[in-house]
Design a protein around this ligand. Structure first.
Ligand SMILES: NC(=O)c1ccc[n+]([C@@H]2O[C@H](COP(=O)([O-])OP(=O)(O)OC[C@H]3O[C@@H](n4cnc5c(N)ncnc54)[C@H](O)[C@@H]3O)[C@@H](O)[C@H]2O)c1
Ligand SMILES: [Zn+2]
Length: 339
């Protein structure tokens, strides 16, 4: 990772990417940040075409991908093109899919502009779009030639989006970096460059050990088995990061109830999440509703649920075959459902 995409043009040229550039962004990010990127590409002597797509998860579809293909074909861009995704995880995932498939694949660069996309979505090479049947069902593995995150872009990010991204940063600490967690539980993410770098390094270590998600990569789903189910039953009113926060608390409770961890792990996790204004409970749902929603998640292996359980800060284990009663008790702990 390089600290700033004001040097985007030079960075591309240094990597031998001297062809035309399609800078693909969305309607929220483009007006705020595209000019700086375009100026940098011009400084590098590169020809750039700006493509602006609709913003938000609802636009992460094959219809929007087609809009991008049309714009690229209209501009007669060839195989020497570099496609740069300028935006959050939605743009990164969708534009990465475009780069993987346009003319059977062209060079791809990520310029992430949300905390979540800097520490998570832009790392690891998974790109995808959603289908009415579910999220991220159509996609590819497409490794970017370069990821350039400019921390200055975070200044325009709505606070709720920052908090949501922080859930994945805290997750990184719990999975594989106790120093990062201890730093965060003191209440500050500063210096942000250090925090973001440490979180990226966790994801990088895990992905490098298992690039095609055969085993260990599943640990990145800490809090996500519960979290996706809560996201689903909330009909996506709750943000992904908020649901992951609640899901991690449930995972900590489950770990303690099965004897993998001591209860103080959950206490520390709750305190840390609260410091970053993240929820530690999602009241208003029924236990069975959340439990049933877990089985909708495509990430279950062979129809069985697998859970990522924290044993200690920086140490998680993948466990299957957990009795339904234990899982339901962990759900109960975070939804406060009296039934
Ligand atoms: N590929 C992966 O490994 C991976 C990992 C995690 C998440 N994801 C995907 O990432 C997506 C979520 O990403 P996200 O949270 O970044 O959401 P997002 O891309 O929708 O961004 C959130 C909102 O903030 C706006 N925005 C982005 N940057 C901004 C900025 N700097 N200033 C102002 N507004 C800005 C966006 O236009 C959008 O409206 C999901 O689709 C998820 O599936 C992918
Ligand atoms: Zn996530």
């Amino acid at each position: 990772m390089q600290p700033c995409w004001r040097g985007l043009g030079t960075a591309l040229v240094e990597r031998g990417l001297r062809g035309p550039v399609a800078l693909v962004t969305d309607t929220e990010v483009g007006p705020r940040h595209a000019q700086v990127a375009l100026g940098s590409l011009a400084d590098g002597g590169l020809t750039a075409h700006l493509v602006t797509l609709p913003a938000g998860e609802a636009a992460k579809t094959l219809d929007t991908v087609r809009l991008a293909y049309d714009a690229l074909l209209e501009a007669r861009l060839g195989r020497d093109t570099t496609i740069v995704a300028l935006g959050g995880g939605v743009i990164g995932d969708m534009v990465g899919f475009v780069a993987a498939t346009y003319l059977r694949g062209v060079a791809f660069v990520q310029a992430p502009t949300t905390l979540l996309s800097m520490v998570d979505a832009s790392v690891g090479g998974k790109v995808a779009v959603d289908m009415p049947q579910g999220k991220n069902l159509i996609g590819a593995f497409k490794t970017p030639r370069l990821v350039l995150a400019d921390l200055d872009t975070l200044a325009t990010l709505p606070p709720a989006e920052s908090a949501s991204g922080m859930a994945e940063v805290i997750k990184a600490g719990v999975i594989d970096d106790p120093d990062l967690f201890e730093h965060l539980e003191r209440g500050s993410a500063e210096p942000l460059a250090w925090t973001i770098t440490r979180a990226i390094e966790v994801k990088q270590r895990v992905v490098e050990a298992d690039p095609y998600e055969q085993g260990r990569r599943a640990v990145l789903n800490l809090g996500h088995t519960f979290g996706h189910a809560i996201e689903h039953v909330s009909q996506y009113r709750l943000r992904h990061g908020e649901c992951v926060a609640v899901g991690m608390v449930a995972a900590a409770r489950l770990a303690a109830s099965l004897g993998y961890a001591t209860p103080d792990l959950e206490t520390r996790l709750r305190a840390c999440l609260a410091r970053f204004r993240l929820p530690t409970a999602a009241p208003g749902f029924a236990v069975d509703q959340v439990y049933d929603a877990m089985f909708q998640d495509k990430k279950k292996a062979g129809g069985k649920l697998r859970f990522i359980l924290p044993r200690a800060m920086g140490d998680v284990v993948i466990v299957g075959d957990i009795p339904a009663e234990a899982v339901k008790a962990a759900i109960q702990a975070v939804i406060g459902d009296p039934s």
